[in-house]
Design a binder for this molecule. Structure first.
Ligand SMILES: [Zn+2]
Length: 451
């Protein structure tokens, strides 16, 4: 950092440093940010040009324009100048962070996470239980208490890992069930607040253990909607509840009464999944909820080929559905280009990481974008840039942002990487040299600062 005055705003930390992911990580509690209205300069960065959420064209150019200076004021980008221009326009003593000509991307938007249920920070937990969806649910319910799931500290550790990798907004499913009630939602909101909301979290109250088969869960979901969460969830209405009409009617009743959105996990594949997509489309149109329904995973859309697949996609577009995917291997790729062309939203997410469902993941959304590119067979520069856009600018609808980017007026969420251009950043996923979240520096050289 070259200093013309004081240093750029950094988080204030009251807890000692510990090894990320290691057992001592549990001492992270007490970490919070000093609020600031400071003005400072992020100089000499190459601004990536990603397509906006509204654009129906895939990314056309990978060229990063000439280096620029960003003026950051409080939580937003106040001005963009040619290199050297920012300092000349501001008073002597304005802090300057030297961007060293690094590539700048807008912060990542993790559109499908589960920040309440990780065992990050604990000793390694070996995979156990049965490999089916029902088997994972049962295994989690049997062992989550031993791992203090959910808790404020557990959620905070995951949010910190997200920030470390450049994610500055996420939509997180949070388990709501007869065992934990709404405690998980409260824990996650408290964890985000402890981080000064540097990472913005939008909640989905998620009935992981089923809806109709667990009487009382619909009432909990309604309470969650009434307490202000933006979305309720659902889960395989056929595969888990074995009563798709009853589950969907219950969920859509709550949506109709409260105006909340629906973000439903649909693992059920092929015809069974397509049948449930039909039921969802029908109900979305019936209550006028276009734009408020997301399908998480929704493998059936990729499974359904030919004319039937095209028709399903047309109907999904008409109902304003969107999709989120974590690009798991050995699944049918989603028809991403047709989705972009029809304005069907598509976001990427980490899903659960290091939890009782699976041992994988580290919170790096850029790696998920790489997995998506590989699963979907993306190779050209514009396709690779599109994968990165899905992890950022394309995904703002999932966190109810009006705008997101590196322009004047955008929230100052900036990720610097040592990469030639956007495709190079994607295929190498290099460490995040600097992360700015809501106007504050939170990561330097791949590590959370001041921990
Ligand atoms: Zn999930």
């Amino acid at each position: 950092m070259t200093i013309r005055g004081a240093s750029a705003p950094s988080p204030r930390v009251d807890a000692p440093r510990s090894v990320p992911g290691g057992p001592n990580a549990l001492v992270y509690l007490g970490y919070h940010f000093a609020m600031t209205d400071a003005t400072w300069i992020l100089s000499n960065v190459r601004l990536a040009d990603l397509p906006s959420a509204e654009s129906r064209e895939a990314a056309a150019s990978i060229a990063a324009p000439a280096a620029a200076d960003l003026v950051i004021e409080g939580d937003h980008i106040a001005a963009v100048h040619p290199v050297g221009g920012a300092a000349a326009s501001l008073p002597e003593g304005t802090p300057v962070e030297d961007g060293r000509g690094l590539l700048a991307l807008p912060g990542f938007v993790n559109a499908h996470s589960h920040v309440d249920k990780s065992w990050w920070g604990h000793e390694w937990v070996s995979y156990g239980g049965e490999a089916t969806t029902q088997g994972r649910i049962a295994h989690e319910r049997a062992h989550r208490d031993e791992l203090a799931i959910p808790s404020v500290n557990g959620a905070q550790l995951i949010l910190q890992e997200f920030l470390r990798h450049g994610t500055t907004a996420t939509r997180s499913h949070v388990d709501v069930d007869l065992g934990v009630g709404l405690r998980g939602v409260e824990n996650v909101l408290e964890a985000a607040a402890n981080l000064g909301n540097a990472l913005e979290v939008e909640i989905v109250a998620f009935p992981q253990d089923g809806v109709i088969r667990r009487p009382g869960v619909l009432k909990l979901l309604r309470e969650a909607a009434e307490m202000g969460v933006k979305n309720i969830g659902g889960l395989d209405p056929a595969g888990i509840d074995r009563d798709p009409v009853a589950q969907l009617d219950g969920l859509f009743d709550i949506m109709d009464a409260t105006g909340v959105g629906l973000d439903i996990h649909l693992h059920d594949p092929n015809e069974l999944g397509a049948f449930q997509l039909d039921l969802i489309i029908e109900r979305t149109l019936a209550i006028g909820a276009q734009g408020r329904v997301n399908i998480a995973h929704g493998f059936a859309l990729g499974d359904t080929q030919g004319a039937a697949g095209r028709e399903l996609l047309e109907r999904a577009a008409e109902a304003g559905l969107s999709w989120t995917t974590v690009a798991p291997p050995r699944t049918s790729p989603l028809p991403w280009r047709g989705m972009v062309q029809r304005g069907v939203g598509l976001g990427l997410g980490t899903d659960g990481i290091r939890d009782l469902w699976n041992p994988f993941g580290d919170g790096d959304l850029l790696k998920v974008a790489l997995a998506f590119a590989r699963l979907t067979g993306l190779r050209t520069d514009e396709e690779l840039a599109e994968a990165v856009a899905l992890a950022s600018t394309r995904a703002i609808g999932f966190v109810h942002r009006e705008r997101h980017g590196l322009g004047v007026g955008d929230r100052a969420d900036v990720v610097l990487l040592d990469a030639q251009n956007v495709p190079d950043a994607l295929v190498r996923t290099p460490r995040r040299e600097l992360v700015v979240a809501g106007g504050r520096v939170v990561t330097r050289a791949g590590e959370l600062v001041n921990l």
